[in-house]
Design a protein around this ligand. Structure first.
Ligand code: SF4
Ligand code: MG
Length: 323
Protein backbone atom coordinates (compact mmCIF):
# COMPACT_ATOMS: atom_id res chain seq x y z
CA UNK A 1 0.00 0.00 0.00
CA UNK A 2 1.25 3.41 -0.96
CA UNK A 3 1.44 5.99 1.83
CA UNK A 4 -0.48 9.16 0.94
CA UNK A 5 0.08 11.03 4.19
CA UNK A 6 2.57 10.48 6.99
CA UNK A 7 1.94 12.14 10.35
CA UNK A 8 4.97 12.22 12.65
CA UNK A 9 4.78 13.17 16.31
CA UNK A 10 2.12 15.80 15.66
CA UNK A 11 1.51 18.19 18.54
CA UNK A 12 -1.07 20.96 18.81
CA UNK A 13 -1.20 22.90 22.05
CA UNK A 14 -3.44 25.94 22.46
CA UNK A 15 -1.80 28.44 24.84
CA UNK A 16 -3.86 29.80 27.74
CA UNK A 17 -3.00 33.43 28.38
CA UNK A 18 -3.74 35.71 31.28
CA UNK A 19 -3.40 39.45 31.75
CA UNK A 20 -4.90 42.51 30.09
CA UNK A 21 -2.05 44.65 28.84
CA UNK A 22 0.80 42.23 29.17
CA UNK A 23 -0.32 38.71 28.38
CA UNK A 24 1.51 35.84 29.97
CA UNK A 25 1.12 32.24 28.97
CA UNK A 26 -0.07 30.37 32.06
CA UNK A 27 -0.62 26.95 30.54
CA UNK A 28 -1.79 25.12 27.46
CA UNK A 29 -4.61 22.92 26.30
CA UNK A 30 -2.70 19.89 25.04
CA UNK A 31 -5.32 18.97 22.44
CA UNK A 32 -2.99 16.78 20.39
CA UNK A 33 -0.02 15.53 22.32
CA UNK A 34 2.17 13.59 19.92
CA UNK A 35 0.45 11.35 17.37
CA UNK A 36 2.05 9.37 14.53
CA UNK A 37 0.34 7.39 11.80
CA UNK A 38 0.16 6.86 8.05
CA UNK A 39 -2.83 7.16 5.77
CA UNK A 40 -2.64 4.86 2.76
CA UNK A 41 -3.81 5.86 -0.70
CA UNK A 42 -7.45 4.95 -1.30
CA UNK A 43 -8.21 3.79 2.24
CA UNK A 44 -10.61 5.05 4.88
CA UNK A 45 -8.90 5.52 8.22
CA UNK A 46 -11.44 5.86 11.03
CA UNK A 47 -10.38 8.14 13.90
CA UNK A 48 -12.48 7.54 16.99
CA UNK A 49 -12.64 9.01 20.47
CA UNK A 50 -14.84 10.79 23.00
CA UNK A 51 -15.48 14.50 22.56
CA UNK A 52 -12.44 16.57 23.50
CA UNK A 53 -9.94 13.77 22.79
CA UNK A 54 -8.28 15.78 20.02
CA UNK A 55 -9.61 13.97 16.95
CA UNK A 56 -11.00 17.06 15.20
CA UNK A 57 -7.91 19.06 16.10
CA UNK A 58 -5.81 16.29 14.56
CA UNK A 59 -7.84 16.54 11.35
CA UNK A 60 -7.51 20.32 11.24
CA UNK A 61 -3.80 20.22 12.07
CA UNK A 62 -3.22 17.80 9.17
CA UNK A 63 -4.95 20.23 6.80
CA UNK A 64 -3.01 23.13 8.37
CA UNK A 65 -6.29 24.82 9.33
CA UNK A 66 -4.67 24.83 12.78
CA UNK A 67 -0.90 25.18 12.37
CA UNK A 68 0.73 22.40 14.44
CA UNK A 69 2.85 23.31 17.47
CA UNK A 70 5.41 20.73 16.35
CA UNK A 71 5.75 17.55 14.34
CA UNK A 72 5.44 16.84 10.63
CA UNK A 73 2.72 16.04 8.12
CA UNK A 74 4.28 14.62 4.98
CA UNK A 75 2.15 14.66 1.85
CA UNK A 76 4.34 12.99 -0.74
CA UNK A 77 7.81 14.34 0.00
CA UNK A 78 6.60 17.71 1.29
CA UNK A 79 6.21 18.50 4.99
CA UNK A 80 3.08 20.67 5.11
CA UNK A 81 4.11 22.06 8.50
CA UNK A 82 7.15 23.68 6.90
CA UNK A 83 5.25 25.14 3.92
CA UNK A 84 3.96 28.70 3.68
CA UNK A 85 2.25 31.04 1.26
CA UNK A 86 1.65 29.96 -2.31
CA UNK A 87 3.22 26.53 -1.86
CA UNK A 88 0.92 25.71 1.06
CA UNK A 89 -2.09 27.10 -0.78
CA UNK A 90 -1.31 24.82 -3.69
CA UNK A 91 -1.00 21.73 -1.47
CA UNK A 92 -4.22 22.62 0.36
CA UNK A 93 -6.18 22.04 -2.84
CA UNK A 94 -5.40 18.35 -2.53
CA UNK A 95 -6.93 18.10 0.94
CA UNK A 96 -10.45 19.12 1.85
CA UNK A 97 -12.77 18.84 4.79
CA UNK A 98 -16.40 17.88 5.25
CA UNK A 99 -17.82 19.38 8.41
CA UNK A 100 -20.01 17.98 11.15
CA UNK A 101 -22.85 20.44 11.04
CA UNK A 102 -24.39 20.88 7.60
CA UNK A 103 -26.61 23.64 9.04
CA UNK A 104 -23.75 25.83 10.25
CA UNK A 105 -21.09 25.13 7.63
CA UNK A 106 -22.85 26.58 4.56
CA UNK A 107 -23.09 30.36 4.18
CA UNK A 108 -26.85 31.11 4.24
CA UNK A 109 -26.46 34.20 2.01
CA UNK A 110 -24.82 32.33 -0.85
CA UNK A 111 -26.63 30.22 -3.42
CA UNK A 112 -25.77 26.55 -3.65
CA UNK A 113 -23.99 27.31 -6.92
CA UNK A 114 -21.87 30.01 -5.28
CA UNK A 115 -21.04 27.73 -2.35
CA UNK A 116 -19.92 24.85 -4.55
CA UNK A 117 -18.17 27.11 -7.08
CA UNK A 118 -16.33 29.36 -4.61
CA UNK A 119 -13.21 27.16 -4.16
CA UNK A 120 -12.70 27.12 -7.95
CA UNK A 121 -12.86 30.91 -8.07
CA UNK A 122 -10.59 31.42 -5.04
CA UNK A 123 -8.01 28.99 -6.41
CA UNK A 124 -8.53 30.19 -10.00
CA UNK A 125 -8.90 26.67 -11.36
CA UNK A 126 -11.94 27.50 -13.52
CA UNK A 127 -13.65 30.64 -14.76
CA UNK A 128 -17.05 31.87 -15.94
CA UNK A 129 -19.10 29.19 -17.65
CA UNK A 130 -16.58 26.49 -16.67
CA UNK A 131 -17.40 27.08 -13.00
CA UNK A 132 -21.10 26.82 -13.71
CA UNK A 133 -20.64 23.61 -15.70
CA UNK A 134 -18.51 22.02 -13.04
CA UNK A 135 -20.96 23.03 -10.28
CA UNK A 136 -23.73 21.25 -12.20
CA UNK A 137 -21.53 18.22 -12.70
CA UNK A 138 -20.66 18.11 -8.97
CA UNK A 139 -24.28 18.49 -7.88
CA UNK A 140 -25.25 15.52 -10.04
CA UNK A 141 -22.28 13.56 -8.75
CA UNK A 142 -23.55 13.88 -5.17
CA UNK A 143 -27.09 12.96 -6.18
CA UNK A 144 -28.63 16.43 -6.31
CA UNK A 145 -30.50 18.18 -9.11
CA UNK A 146 -28.32 20.58 -11.13
CA UNK A 147 -31.13 23.18 -10.92
CA UNK A 148 -30.52 23.46 -7.16
CA UNK A 149 -27.57 25.74 -7.98
CA UNK A 150 -29.86 28.79 -7.91
CA UNK A 151 -31.40 28.03 -4.53
CA UNK A 152 -30.27 28.73 -0.95
CA UNK A 153 -29.12 26.28 1.75
CA UNK A 154 -32.16 26.87 4.01
CA UNK A 155 -34.36 25.31 1.35
CA UNK A 156 -32.74 21.92 1.91
CA UNK A 157 -32.82 19.12 4.48
CA UNK A 158 -29.80 18.16 6.60
CA UNK A 159 -28.93 15.26 4.31
CA UNK A 160 -29.15 17.43 1.19
CA UNK A 161 -27.03 20.13 2.82
CA UNK A 162 -24.39 17.57 3.67
CA UNK A 163 -24.39 16.57 -0.02
CA UNK A 164 -23.84 20.24 -0.92
CA UNK A 165 -20.90 20.28 1.51
CA UNK A 166 -19.51 17.16 -0.18
CA UNK A 167 -19.88 18.76 -3.63
CA UNK A 168 -17.95 21.81 -2.42
CA UNK A 169 -15.23 19.61 -0.94
CA UNK A 170 -14.86 17.88 -4.33
CA UNK A 171 -14.59 21.10 -6.34
CA UNK A 172 -10.77 21.15 -6.47
CA UNK A 173 -10.34 17.40 -7.11
CA UNK A 174 -8.76 16.60 -3.75
CA UNK A 175 -7.09 13.28 -3.03
CA UNK A 176 -7.64 13.37 0.75
CA UNK A 177 -10.87 14.34 2.50
CA UNK A 178 -11.06 14.75 6.25
CA UNK A 179 -14.65 13.89 7.17
CA UNK A 180 -15.24 15.43 10.61
CA UNK A 181 -18.21 13.55 12.06
CA UNK A 182 -20.11 14.06 8.80
CA UNK A 183 -23.15 12.07 9.89
CA UNK A 184 -23.40 12.80 13.63
CA UNK A 185 -25.79 15.72 13.17
CA UNK A 186 -28.04 13.88 10.70
CA UNK A 187 -31.18 11.83 11.29
CA UNK A 188 -30.46 8.13 11.59
CA UNK A 189 -32.56 7.57 8.48
CA UNK A 190 -30.23 9.65 6.28
CA UNK A 191 -26.91 8.67 7.89
CA UNK A 192 -26.63 5.50 5.79
CA UNK A 193 -27.36 7.45 2.59
CA UNK A 194 -24.51 9.86 3.24
CA UNK A 195 -22.14 7.01 4.14
CA UNK A 196 -23.10 5.17 0.95
CA UNK A 197 -22.55 8.34 -1.08
CA UNK A 198 -19.07 8.79 0.44
CA UNK A 199 -18.22 5.17 -0.38
CA UNK A 200 -19.44 5.48 -3.98
CA UNK A 201 -17.45 8.68 -4.46
CA UNK A 202 -14.36 7.06 -2.98
CA UNK A 203 -14.58 4.27 -5.50
CA UNK A 204 -15.33 6.52 -8.50
CA UNK A 205 -12.77 9.20 -7.73
CA UNK A 206 -10.07 7.22 -5.90
CA UNK A 207 -10.45 9.31 -2.74
CA UNK A 208 -8.73 8.73 0.58
CA UNK A 209 -10.66 9.49 3.78
CA UNK A 210 -9.79 10.31 7.34
CA UNK A 211 -13.19 9.62 8.88
CA UNK A 212 -13.65 11.12 12.35
CA UNK A 213 -16.39 9.82 14.64
CA UNK A 214 -17.15 9.64 18.35
CA UNK A 215 -18.02 5.99 18.59
CA UNK A 216 -16.80 2.73 17.19
CA UNK A 217 -20.14 1.62 15.76
CA UNK A 218 -20.15 4.62 13.36
CA UNK A 219 -16.84 3.81 11.70
CA UNK A 220 -17.14 0.03 11.62
CA UNK A 221 -18.83 -0.13 8.24
CA UNK A 222 -16.80 2.45 6.37
CA UNK A 223 -13.25 2.05 7.74
CA UNK A 224 -10.39 -0.09 6.44
CA UNK A 225 -8.34 0.71 9.54
CA UNK A 226 -9.28 2.41 12.80
CA UNK A 227 -7.31 4.59 15.22
CA UNK A 228 -8.62 5.09 18.76
CA UNK A 229 -7.71 8.38 20.44
CA UNK A 230 -7.75 9.25 24.12
CA UNK A 231 -6.80 12.62 25.59
CA UNK A 232 -4.53 13.79 22.79
CA UNK A 233 -2.80 10.49 22.01
CA UNK A 234 -3.55 7.40 19.94
CA UNK A 235 -4.16 4.37 22.15
CA UNK A 236 -4.46 1.79 19.37
CA UNK A 237 -4.41 1.60 15.57
CA UNK A 238 -4.95 -1.42 13.36
CA UNK A 239 -7.15 -2.89 10.64
CA UNK A 240 -10.88 -2.74 11.21
CA UNK A 241 -11.31 -6.50 11.69
CA UNK A 242 -8.30 -6.82 13.99
CA UNK A 243 -9.53 -3.93 16.13
CA UNK A 244 -13.04 -5.32 16.58
CA UNK A 245 -11.94 -8.96 17.02
CA UNK A 246 -8.72 -8.54 18.94
CA UNK A 247 -8.60 -5.18 20.76
CA UNK A 248 -5.45 -4.98 22.88
CA UNK A 249 -5.62 -1.60 24.59
CA UNK A 250 -7.77 -1.49 27.76
CA UNK A 251 -9.50 1.66 26.46
CA UNK A 252 -10.46 0.05 23.14
CA UNK A 253 -11.68 -3.00 25.07
CA UNK A 254 -13.89 -0.78 27.23
CA UNK A 255 -15.27 1.13 24.22
CA UNK A 256 -16.05 -2.11 22.38
CA UNK A 257 -17.74 -3.62 25.41
CA UNK A 258 -20.28 -0.77 25.17
CA UNK A 259 -21.10 -1.31 21.48
CA UNK A 260 -24.37 -3.28 21.24
CA UNK A 261 -24.16 -6.74 19.67
CA UNK A 262 -27.14 -7.72 17.50
CA UNK A 263 -27.07 -11.36 18.69
CA UNK A 264 -29.01 -11.51 22.02
CA UNK A 265 -27.15 -14.64 23.23
CA UNK A 266 -23.76 -13.04 22.72
CA UNK A 267 -25.11 -9.84 24.27
CA UNK A 268 -26.06 -11.75 27.46
CA UNK A 269 -22.68 -13.44 27.83
CA UNK A 270 -20.48 -10.47 27.26
CA UNK A 271 -18.98 -8.43 30.03
CA UNK A 272 -19.28 -4.71 30.01
CA UNK A 273 -16.26 -2.78 31.17
CA UNK A 274 -17.49 0.35 32.89
CA UNK A 275 -14.86 3.07 33.07
CA UNK A 276 -14.70 5.00 36.33
CA UNK A 277 -14.68 8.79 36.41
CA UNK A 278 -14.54 11.33 33.61
CA UNK A 279 -11.95 12.10 30.99
CA UNK A 280 -9.37 14.36 32.72
CA UNK A 281 -8.74 17.86 31.40
CA UNK A 282 -6.31 18.21 28.50
CA UNK A 283 -4.81 21.19 30.36
CA UNK A 284 -3.17 18.90 32.89
CA UNK A 285 -3.25 15.37 31.56
CA UNK A 286 -2.11 12.59 33.92
CA UNK A 287 1.61 11.79 33.98
CA UNK A 288 2.78 8.67 32.20
CA UNK A 289 -0.15 7.01 30.43
CA UNK A 290 -2.96 9.51 29.86
CA UNK A 291 -5.49 6.74 30.42
CA UNK A 292 -4.17 5.59 33.79
CA UNK A 293 -6.74 7.42 35.98
CA UNK A 294 -9.52 5.33 34.43
CA UNK A 295 -7.70 2.17 33.45
CA UNK A 296 -8.78 -0.97 35.33
CA UNK A 297 -5.29 -2.47 34.82
CA UNK A 298 -3.11 0.50 35.80
CA UNK A 299 0.04 -0.21 37.84
CA UNK A 300 2.80 2.03 39.22
CA UNK A 301 4.79 2.12 35.99
CA UNK A 302 1.75 3.65 34.23
CA UNK A 303 2.17 6.86 36.28
CA UNK A 304 5.92 6.98 35.78
CA UNK A 305 6.48 6.44 32.08
CA UNK A 306 4.56 7.30 28.94
CA UNK A 307 3.86 4.06 27.06
CA UNK A 308 5.46 3.95 23.63
CA UNK A 309 3.16 3.60 20.60
CA UNK A 310 4.58 0.27 19.42
CA UNK A 311 3.87 -2.09 16.54
CA UNK A 312 3.07 -5.30 18.44
CA UNK A 313 2.20 -7.36 15.37
CA UNK A 314 2.35 -6.33 11.70
CA UNK A 315 0.23 -3.20 11.32
CA UNK A 316 -1.15 -3.35 14.89
CA UNK A 317 0.02 -0.41 17.03
CA UNK A 318 -0.70 -0.10 20.76
CA UNK A 319 0.39 2.34 23.46
CA UNK A 320 0.23 0.33 26.70
CA UNK A 321 2.91 -0.96 29.08
CA UNK A 322 1.10 -4.26 29.58
CA UNK A 323 0.72 -5.24 25.92
FE1 SF4 B 1 -3.68 1.01 31.46
FE2 SF4 B 1 -1.10 1.24 32.11
FE3 SF4 B 1 -1.78 0.29 29.74
FE4 SF4 B 1 -2.13 2.88 30.30
S1 SF4 B 1 -0.19 1.80 30.16
S2 SF4 B 1 -3.57 1.53 29.29
S3 SF4 B 1 -2.72 2.75 32.47
S4 SF4 B 1 -2.22 -0.65 31.72
MG1 MG C 1 -13.65 2.01 1.61
Amino acid sequence: NKVLLRVENLVKHFPIKKGVLIQKQVGAVRAVDGVSFNIFEGETLGLVGESGCGKSTTGRAILQLHRPTSGSVFFGDKDLVALKGEELRHMRRKMQMIFQDPYASLNPRMTVGEIVGEPMIIHETHKGKEVQDRVEHLLKLVGLNAAFANRYPHEFSGGQRQRIGVARALALEPSLIVCDEPISALDVSVQAQVVNLLEDLQEQLGLTYLFIAHDLSMVRHISDRVAVMYLGVIAELTTRDELYNNPLHPYTQALLSAVPIPDPLAEEKRQRIILQGDVPSPINPPSGCHFRTRCPLATTICAEAKPEFREVSPGHFVACHLV
